[in-house]
Design a protein around this ligand. Structure first.
Ligand SMILES: [Zn+2]
Length: 192
């Protein structure tokens, strides 16, 4: 598809290619996520070293990882499984930041985005090109943003000590308790 403009500091067409390569497909959620990151980044200002919080596990974390220095692995991105299509970029030192979200009320002027976001139509009834065109046409018009102050609850904690779990014999963070979280929770596997 033919997209014009600039998104996250590169031509929008290139941003779309990067999304497709990283995510496996040019998913609408990651494309909207890129528009959200772009706006949040602009609002917080270029001088701020920002940490990120994504409030859904779907799509949004990939936009953050692609278009900011924040990744799951470096600890600058926290992902909450709250299933809200919202993200916050905030100054890691004073915890002031900006929250940007896809605003359901504002999508009504963009039927394709509205139907996709609220799952009003089955996936096959919404051609990807139609949806992506609508996302590029809408830009920030379907988003809302507000300043926030991130509370201490979400600060990443540093690993201070390492213990050996008496249950499995593997290294773990002893703040989990007497046993590692895998042993405490029963784990997700049985040995094959
Ligand atoms: Zn264990």
């Amino acid at each position: 598809m033919d997209v014009a403009g600039v998104l996250c500091g590169r031509p929008a067409a290139r941003a779309l290619e990067e999304i497709a390569r990283f995510h496996g497909a040019p998913a609408p959620g990651v494309v909207i996520g890129a528009v959200m990151v772009d706006w949040a980044r602009e609002l917080i200002g270029p001088e701020v070293e920002a940490d990120a919080i994504a409030e859904t596990e779907r799509c949004l974390p990939d936009a953050v990882q692609l278009f900011t220095p924040c990744t799951l692995g470096n600890g600058w991105l926290r992902v909450l499984d709250w299933d809200r299509f919202a993200l916050t970029l905030y100054d890691r030192f004073d915890r002031r930041g900006v929250r940007v979200w896809l605003d359901a009320g504002k999508t009504s002027g963009y039927p394709a985005i509205h139907d996709w976001f609220l799952k009003r139509l089955p996936k096959h009834a919404l051609p990807l090109d139609t949806l992506l065109n609508s996302i590029f046409e809408a830009g920030r018009a379907v988003l809302s943003a507000r300043p926030v102050h991130v509370n201490a609850l979400l600060r990443r904690s540093k690993k201070e000590a390492v213990g050996i779990c008496p249950g499995c014999g593997e290294a773990f963070d002893p703040r989990a308790g007497d046993l590692c979280k895998g042993c405490l929770n029963g784990g997700y596997f049985t040995w094959g």
